[in-house]
Write a protein that binds this ligand. Structure first.
Ligand code: PLP
Length: 397
């Protein structure tokens, strides 16, 4: 037994079903464990390290800022925060943003803002509608919004005012939608829910229905944002803009930062004292995030990710043609899923043994979310490994 795994088991809350690997270093798309074994990373710390590990420009910015100023509180103005907000708002529908420390916090802020917006308008609207199989976080409000029963078990009563309808079903939404709906909250492509893309026209129809009833539309782009699906933000594959958007995961390439972006009109309800966060947008994390977004500009990260993502998806589809146990290949850009007739965790373990880091969602769907800098030869190598594993599984069954 690995000493660190043994020690962890004695002192850490056992909230995670971890794979038996202790990582000590990362560089680009490569991870190294405590025995010196190398792996290719097709997970990016769950869609976080979109630029790969230990990116020199991000590391440099972080080190410089750490030596300059880490934190002063939001009672004062700081520069990297402003520059980051300018970069993000110049590239999407939003006029303003609020900075926090995680995805769940960004969604909390979005939910609070939506409710406050109607409060300020003097309208009684509390209902927040989200989708089945959605994932929005683990705090009480975001858990209430999440559409997966198994992770809510044991935490009742959840917050009132949250309802769920089937993802991709306009019919189901139309049935419960009316003037009492505060907001519709949706991931433009469900990640944790099994890598499920919206049907053609779905996001457009959501926008139209929200407009009809005067409800707000919130896109949770925590996983899909920052180039993950082949555009900077997933909803930019369509002509639709939300009223509020949340970001986190890849924004800091591993530093904890979340953002809740909104139009001027809606963000007006977050006036002085309405919301806050001690650590939200510290100089340290915003300097790191600023270095991240500048790399996006300088290194054409989104375009390259889109191109290699198309190549990856084709390769996965070719595997599907070869193996009957592959049921479906889904996703966009470098947020790809492969549904198999078998235990996903089992395949993940076999991949790890062969030096490939992937993960599985919903039990039977392999998820591939490598750094956007992943190369075609690295993808080819993973495909060979998956091919071998699927072949063994055919023999076993
Ligand atoms: C990861 C994720 C969250 C939660 O983010 P945390 O930083 O873990 O709180 C929320 N929504 C989506 C779509 C996510 O993928």
């Amino acid at each position: 037994m690995n000493e660190w795994i043994d020690r962890e088991s004695k002192v850490m809350a056992q909230t995670y079903a971890r794979y038996p690997v202790v990582f000590v270093k990362g560089e680009g798309t490569t991870l190294i464990d405590d025995a010196g074994k190398t792996y290719t990373d097709f997970l990016s710390g769950i869609a976080v390290c979109n630029l790969g590990h230990a990116h020199p420009k991000v590391a440099e910015a972080l080190a410089e800022q750490a030596k300059t100023l880490c934190h002063v509180s939001n009672l004062f103005y700081t520069q990297p925060q402003v520059e980051l907000a300018e970069w993000l708002t110049e590239r999407c529908f939003a006029d303003r943003l609020f900075l926090c420390n995680s995805g769940a916090e960004a969604n909390e802020a979005a939910i609070k803002l939506a409710r406050k917006y109607f409060h300020d308008k003097g309208e009684e609207r509390h209902r927040i509608i989200s989708m089945t199989r959605s994932f929005h976080g683990r705090t009480m409000a975001t858990l209430s919004a999440t559409g997966q029963d198994k992770i809510k078990e044991g935490f009742t009563p959840l917050l009132p005012g949250f309802e769920h309808v089937t993802f991709n079903s306009m019919e189901a939404l139309e049935e419960i939608m009316d003037e009492s709906v505060c907001a519709v909250l949706v991931e433009p492509l469900q990640g944790e829910g099994g890598v499920c893309a919206p049907d053609d026209g779905y996001l457009e129809d959501l926008r139209a229905l929200c407009d009809h009833y005067g409800s707000l539309l919130i896109f949770d782009e925590i996983q899909t944002g920052m180039g993950r699906t082949g555009k900077l933000f997933a909803h930019q594959h369509t002509t639709v803009a939300p009223d509020i958007m949340t970001l986190a995961k890849a924004l800091g390439n591993g530093l904890p930062i979340g953002a809740m972006l909104a139009t001027d009109k809606v963000m007006a309800s977050f006036g002085k004292g309405a919301h806050g966060s001690t650590f939200g947008g510290t100089p340290l994390v915003t300097a790191a995030a600023l270095a991240v977004v500048r790399c996006f500009d300088e290194e054409n990260v989104v375009e390259k990710g889109a191109e290699v993502g198309a190549y990856f998806k084709e390769a996965l589809e070719a595997l599907q043609g070869k193996h009957t146990l592959v049921k479906d290949v889904r996703g966009m850009g470098l947020l790809l899923g492969m549904e198999i007739d078998g235990d996903g965790a089992d395949v993940v373990k076999k991949c790890l043994e062969k030096g490939q880091v992937i993960n599985a969602v919903q039990g039977n769907t392999l998820r591939f979310v490598p750094p956007l800098t992943i190369t075609k030869p690295e993808i080819d190598a993973l495909i060979v490994v998956l091919d071998e594993i699927f072949m063994e599984m055919h023999v076993d069954s």
